[in-house]
Design a protein around this ligand. Structure first.
Ligand code: PLP
Length: 454
């Protein structure tokens, strides 16, 4: 055992037993996470991904209900207690005298814009803070001028609310929306070619996910953005599941607008999102709520939504600090490690089908989709909940304006606070289903995803 290892073990031991109780009672301070990260600084992210001593520290940073196993972190992730406590603190403070403190907190938010931009690789003047990906993307979708006959090119597996937004513009303004279908998993080349082939002289917008909310299929964002720009087409990218999940820089994507839910993989308190707009494109998008003409080129025009809870936005600062304390590379490596743990254990069964590309180099981290041949995924999801208290989302295609796809799958999305035991219980539960079957539902529905799982 070398000395680094020794001091690290000693530190972690102090965090065990009594230390764990103390931190559970007092809230995990950010400096504990930073210290833990410091202690593994000489290891690669892939090595740290397997270090349960390290991840125990991260698990302690959350206040959770471990009577259930949450494998639906793609919905919204629990925020670490440091961010939750900050949210309460700001809420309490603002409530002392909103007339005074609301403006004070709002006046400090620029610091978060600057930090977000530095972490995710853009100019602060390209980063708008919003309430989630729905808001961010609808600003872009509804904010771009289109006339009757203009075409938007998107996919059948884009997010339902975003498809509904285009559908509404189609009904209201007679634009044309073309939805491309694709198999899963597929390749970047295939997706590129499908978009390229579908372009017409009327195509004005590309809208697609960086990674889909279904099987986490990844799109070649930079290539598609360059293709679009070469033809005067605007690119709107749905990054709800990408930012804070795996490392990349926004400016490298070369797209025009990029919308994110920060309450997903950045682990921010619910009600946080962001919208990146390439600087020269800001004047091309109208804001959600009207702004004065002087703000035409100002990213802040996208943030004006009247009175709203600034505490939520202010607490984003702590969520970002937590993300940075773990480190984007280490976090992504752990998410992939957890995914590969269940996927590798299950894939040896001939009836298991994995619909996400888990090969190297990585294209998937904390989200993957799986099904068992011969079992309806809605029955399977209900079985996992009823017998094991495991939460997963069953994916079943619907009809337009919803997503359309011809496969069924469970979307499985662990997170950094999960234990290996929880992942292994999922494997056991799936093996139980494989061996013994699951009860079939009493009533069938029309095929849309059940709401309690969404
Ligand atoms: C791909 C995708 N886009 C957009 C959204 C909307 O995000 P929000 O509900 O945070 O606004 C989601 C949410 O699940 C999503 O998965």
């Amino acid at each position: 055992m070398n000395s680094t290892m020794w001091s690290r073990r000693a530190f972690l031991r102090s965090a065990g037993a009594a230390g764990a109780v103390a931190s559970a009672a007092n809230g995990m301070a950010l400096d504990r996470v930073m210290e833990a990260s410091q202690s593994v600084a000489n290891m690669t992210p892939e090595e740290v991904a397997k270090d349960e001593f390290y991840w125990r520290e991260i698990q302690l940073a959350f206040k959770l209900d471990r009577t259930l196993i949450n494998l639906n972190n793609g919905f919204t992730c629990p925020t670490p207690r440091v961010a939750l406590e900050a949210e309460w603190r700001y809420m309490e403070m603002i409530n002392l005298a909103p007339i005074h403190y609301q403006a004070m907190v709002a006046g400090n938010i620029q610091t978060i814009r600057v930090r977000m931009a530095a972490e995710f690789g853009c100019d602060p003047e390209e980063m708008a803070l919003t309430r989630g990906a729905s808001e961010s993307l609808q600003i872009a979708q509804n904010g771009i001028d289109l006339k009757a006959g203009d075409e938007v090119l998107t996919t059948e597996q884009d997010y339902p609310r975003m498809l509904t937004t285009w559908d509404q513009r189609m009904r209201r303004e007679n634009i044309k929306v073309t939805r491309i279908q694709f198999p899963v998993p597929t390749t970047a080349d295939d997706l590129y070619q499908r978009f390229e082939k579908a372009i017409t002289p009327k195509t004005k917008v590309f809208h697609f996910c960086h990674v889909t909310n279904l099987t986490a299929q990844m799109f070649p964002v930079a290539r598609l953005s360059r293709l679009a720009r070469s033809k005067g087409i605007v690119t709107i990218v749905d990054g709800a599941h990408a930012l804070g999940h795996f490392p990349f820089k926004l400016r490298d994507l070369e797209c025009d607008a990029y919308g994110v839910s920060l309450h997903k993989w950045l682990l921010a308190p619910i009600g946080n999102g962001c919208l990146y707009v390439r600087k020269e494109m800001i004047p091309r998008f109208w804001p959600l709520q009207a702004a004065p003409e002087q703000q035409d080129s100002d990213i802040r025009k996208f943030e004006a939504i009247g009175t709203h809870p600034w505490a939520i936005r202010a607490a984003l600062g702590e969520a970002l600090a937590f993300h940075q304390a773990i480190g984007a590379q280490r976090k992504a490596a752990r998410l992939r490690y957890l995914t590969l743990r269940w996927a590798n254990a299950l894939k040896k069964h001939p009836r298991i089908k994995i619909l996400t590309d888990l090969s190297e180099p990585p294209q998937a981290w904390g989200v993957a989709a799986v099904n068992i041949e011969g079992i309806d995924v809605r029955d399977l999801a209900r079985f996992l909940w009823d017998k094991y208290r495991i939460i997963v989302v069953p994916l079943v295609g619907g009809a337009p304006p919803n997503q359309v796809f011809d496969y069924q799958a469970l979307r499985v999305s662990p997170n950094v606070y999960m234990t290996l035991g929880e992942i292994d219980t999922f494997v056991t539960a799936m093996e139980d289903a494989l061996k013994n079957g699951v009860p079939a539902r009493q009533t069938s529905d029309d095929g849309a995803t059940e709401t309690w799982f969404e």
